[in-house]
Design a protein. Structure first.
Length: 221
C-alpha cells in the first residue's frame, strides 16, 4: 500500500457528532457504507422507511462485550461469530436469548429474533471509530441502486448533504467491489448463507463452497 496523507475524516466526524449520516470506507473488496449514531439517519440517507432494521456496527470491544450475554451462542460459537465479524468482515445474523433481552440500543438491529451485526475495524478509521463506539450501518446505496464502490460514486449518489470520507487511495482500484456477504449463525455455530457478497464471490456461485471454506479455516485454527 503506498504511503498517503492521513485520511480526512473531519467532515464525516462532524456529521456523526450531530446525529447525521456519513459515508465511510471499508477495505477492498467491500463497498463504502453509510453510518450514523441514529438508525433513522441511516435509513433516511438511503431513502427507505425510517423504522427499517439496520446493522449494528460492533467495531468496539466494549460494545461486543455488552451484547454477549444476550446472544444465544455456545462459547465456541461466540468465538466463531467474532472471527466472522472481525476477520471475515461478513454481516452476521446472530440469535438472541429468549430469557435475556439485548440492550435497548441494539433494538434497531433486531430482525426475527436475530441481531444484524457488522464488525469491521479498518485501521484508517480507528480514530473516528474510537469516538463513536455505537454506530448503525448499512451499504452505501440509495434504495434500488448498487452500493458505492468509490467515493465518487457515493458522492454522486448521496449528494452534498451527506459527507463522504474518501479513502480510494487506500483501496484497490482494480478490484471489483461488493457489499458484504451475509450469514446466519446458529447457537451451535453452524452457518447458513443468506446473501451473496464480497467474501463468497471468489468461491463461485455455490454458497456451500464458501461455507466449506469457513469450516476448513475453523478446523485449521
Amino acid at each position: 500500500m503506498p504511503a498517503t496523507a492521513p485520511l480526512d475524516l473531519g467532515t464525516a466526524a462532524d456529521a456523526l457528532a450531530t446525529g447525521r449520516a456519513a459515508v465511510l470506507p471499508n477495505p477492498s473488496p467491500l463497498t463504502y457504507v453509510v453510518a450514523a449514531t441514529d438508525p433513522q439517519a441511516v435509513n433516511n440517507a438511503k431513502a427507505r422507511p425510517a423504522g427499517q432494521e439496520v446493522a449494528l456496527w460492533v467495531h468496539s470491544d466494549t460494545t461486543w462485550a455488552e451484547l454477549t450475554s444476550a446472544l444465544d451462542l455456545a462459547p465456541a460459537a461466540l468465538a466463531t461469530a467474532l472471527v466472522l465479524l472481525r476477520v471475515e468482515l461478513v454481516t452476521l445474523l446472530v440469535p438472541v436469548r429468549a430469557d435475556t433481552a439485548p440492550p435497548a440500543w441494539a433494538a434497531p438491529a433486531l430482525r426475527d429474533g436475530h441481531l444484524l451485526l457488522f464488525g469491521a475495524h479498518w485501521p484508517p478509521l480507528a480514530g473516528l471509530l474510537a469516538r463513536f463506539p455505537r454506530l448503525y450501518v448499512s451499504s452505501a446505496n440509495r434504495t434500488g441502486q448498487s452500493p458505492a464502490p468509490t467515493a465518487a460514486h457515493a458522492t454522486a449518489m448521496f449528494g452534498p448533504d451527506i459527507p463522504v470520507a474518501d479513502a480510494d487511495e487506500l483501496r484497490s482500484t482494480g478490484t471489483p467491489h461488493a457489499a458484504t456477504t451475509m450469514l446466519r449463525i446458529a447457537p451451535d455455530g453452524s452457518l447458513t448463507h443468506i446473501r451473496h457478497g464480497a467474501q463468497d464471490r471468489a468461491h463461485g456461485p455455490d454458497p456451500d463452497r464458501y461455507l466449506a471454506h469457513l469450516d476448513r479455516a475453523r478446523g485449521e485454527g
